[in-house]
Every structure is written in C-alpha cells, then in structure tokens.
Ligand binder design. Structure first.
Ligand code: G1P
Length: 300
C-alpha cells in the first residue's frame, strides 16, 4: 500500500468557544489567551504544530476573539519601546514567536454549532490535502510534541490514513469524551474499530479517549457538509469520522507525555504548575514556594 507521502502542511485551531467555565476571567478575553506560565494557551499549541513542521496555521475564531489575531502579528509600538529600553531578550522572544508573513489565516464560525461545524468552516482554507487539527484546550507536555509523534507514526501507514491521539482515562469519565474501540496493532498505532461521542459508561467500547489531536484526510470535509446534529445537539466531528472510517483507515496513537485538560480549572492550574517546574529560570524558586504552601496545608 502507498505510504503517507503527502505532507501535512496545514493545521486548524478551533478557537470560537465561549470559555464559560472560566468566567469572569474570560468575559472580555478569549480563553485561549489565558497564560500557562508566560505563554498563552494558543501559543503553546501553535508551538506544538510548528515543531511538527506545520507551515500554515488556520484559526476558526468567533466574536470577541480579535486579540488572538493581534497576538500573532507584530506590535510595533511595543517593539520600539523595548528597543529604546535595550530589552533585547524580550525582543528576541517576540520575534521567535512571530509566524512568517502569510502563514496564518483566520475565518469565523458564526454560530456555536459544534467542533464538526468549526472544522467545516475552514474547508476553503484547508483545500484538498490532509490536515492536522489541534484543540487548544488540551496541552501535551513531552520533549517531542504530540503532533510530531503522530506524524512519525503516520509515515508507517497508508496514504489515506487518519490518525488520532488517544489516552486512557478512568472508566467513569469516558462520558465526557469521544471514545474509541481498539483493533489490531500496526507499528506504533492500532486500528480503530469504532468511535462514539460522549457514550454512557456502559456503552463505551473502551476507556481510550480522543485527546484533541487529529490528522485527517480532506474527505472529512465532504461528510461534514451534510452532517446532522449529534450528541448535545451539535455537529460532531466524531460522527463524521465514524462515516469516513467506512472507507478510510483510522488509527489511534497512545502518545508519550502528560496531557492537561485546560478547559477545566484543575487541568489548567496543574498545567501551570507542571510547565513552571520545567522552566530552568523559575523552577527552583517556584518549587520552594510550592513546598511552603504544601507544608502549611499539612500543618508543617
Ligand atoms: C471534543 C471532542 C471529543 C474529545 C474532546 C477532547 O469534545 O468532541 O471527542 O474527546 O474534545 O478534549 P469537547 O471537549 O469539545 O466536548
């Protein structure tokens, strides 16, 4: 069979969600701009895509998300001020993060109709090539990014393969996610035998859930064109993937690394702690402060 020859050049980031779980922090600011240490969530996810070789970054935004577009643009006044004040290190950081001109696109999801609908809104920008999809609520911490691991694995599969990142969760939590059924192993991946969005615990095919990283073939867009509403009254990407899996292979990769569901307060706060402890510049001081807090909590 033909190996995946066509490179995955484009990544889609659905960033139209309201972020109600973080109100009032997200009243006037998109949830994707909440910082994990000193980088916005969306920047961490774009970093992961960039590390994997992605060249074009497609954002599906909504109302009140303009700051995300500004974040990926130059900020001349700030740059001038930093230059005048000889803040060369800060300037260097900013230029490292800046996408090359023409490598970002922004489109809008006009109504909150679900993840499947958000992806469909990007169809003209994606065109007819395989693409990556990264949900910015999820961060994966590892020396090799999750998407890079998926693309490594995809090289061993046939050209029309779809690959999704999966991980285990305690069985009682499967009803919050898309869940996959596990088939034969193929290299680092396994064939997916079934998928179901937010199943009840007794109907879930396993406790392996979709983590929020996907490599998809463009035919998914044709299916989304007519996809009916599913779980929660939303147009579900998982439902479109089920249909596509009748004609194309779907493979799961149990990636290496720790994931954080930054859509929840505990996941977001834990991500901040974990990322801060990985940073050479702040880890020693931060660790000492955490020890103090924990010591006080334990009555020490
Ligand atoms: C979405 C997907 C779900 C996946 C989850 C990962 O759900 O529909 O399949 O498991 O992201 O975070 P949502 O979190 O938007 O409800």
């Amino acid at each position: 069979m033909e190996k995946m020859k066509q490179r995955v050049r484009k990544a889609v980031f659905p960033v139209a969600g309201l972020g109600t779980r973080f109100l009032p922090a997200t009243k006037a600011m998109p949830k994707e701009m909440l910082p994990v240490v000193d980088r916005p969530l969306i920047q961490h996810v774009v970093d992961e895509a960039r590390e994997a070789g992605i060249e074009h970054f497609i954002f599906v935004t909504g109302r009140n998300k303009g700051v995300i577009e500004d974040h990926f643009d130059r900020q001349f006044e700030l740059e001038m001020t930093l230059l005048e004040r000889q803040k060369h290190e800060a300037l260097e950081f900013m230029s490292q993060d800046l996408p090359i001109p023409g490598s970002t696109s922004f489109t809008r999801q006009q109504e909150p109709l679900g993840l499947g609908h958000a992806v469909w809104c990007a169809r003209e920008l994606i065109g007819r090539e395989p693409f990556a999809l990264l949900l910015p609520d999820v961060l994966v911490q590892h020396s090799r990014g999750c998407l890079a691991q998926m693309l490594d694995a995809a090289r061993e599969l046939d050209e029309k393969a779809n690959v999704v990142a999966v991980e285990e969760v305690p069985r009682e939590r499967v009803d919050q996610y898309g869940v996959v059924g596990v088939g034969a192993r193929k290299g680092k991946t396994f064939a997916i035998t079934s998928m179901v969005e937010k199943p009840s615990v007794d109907r879930a095919p396993s406790n392996l859930i979709l983590t929020g990283r996907y490599i998809l073939q463009p035919e998914i867009l044709d299916i989304l064109q007519t996809q009916e509403r599913g779980a929660g009254g939303e147009i579900q990407l998982t439902d479109a993937m089920i249909q596509l899996s009748r004609t194309q292979g779907f493979y799961g990769l149990q990636f290496e690394g720790r994931s954080f569901d930054c859509g929840s307060k505990i996941g977001f706060l834990t991500a901040n702690v974990s990322y801060a402890l990985e940073r050479k510049d702040i880890a020693p001081g931060f660790r000492a402060e955490i020890k103090k807090i924990l010591g006080e909590l334990n009555g020490g």
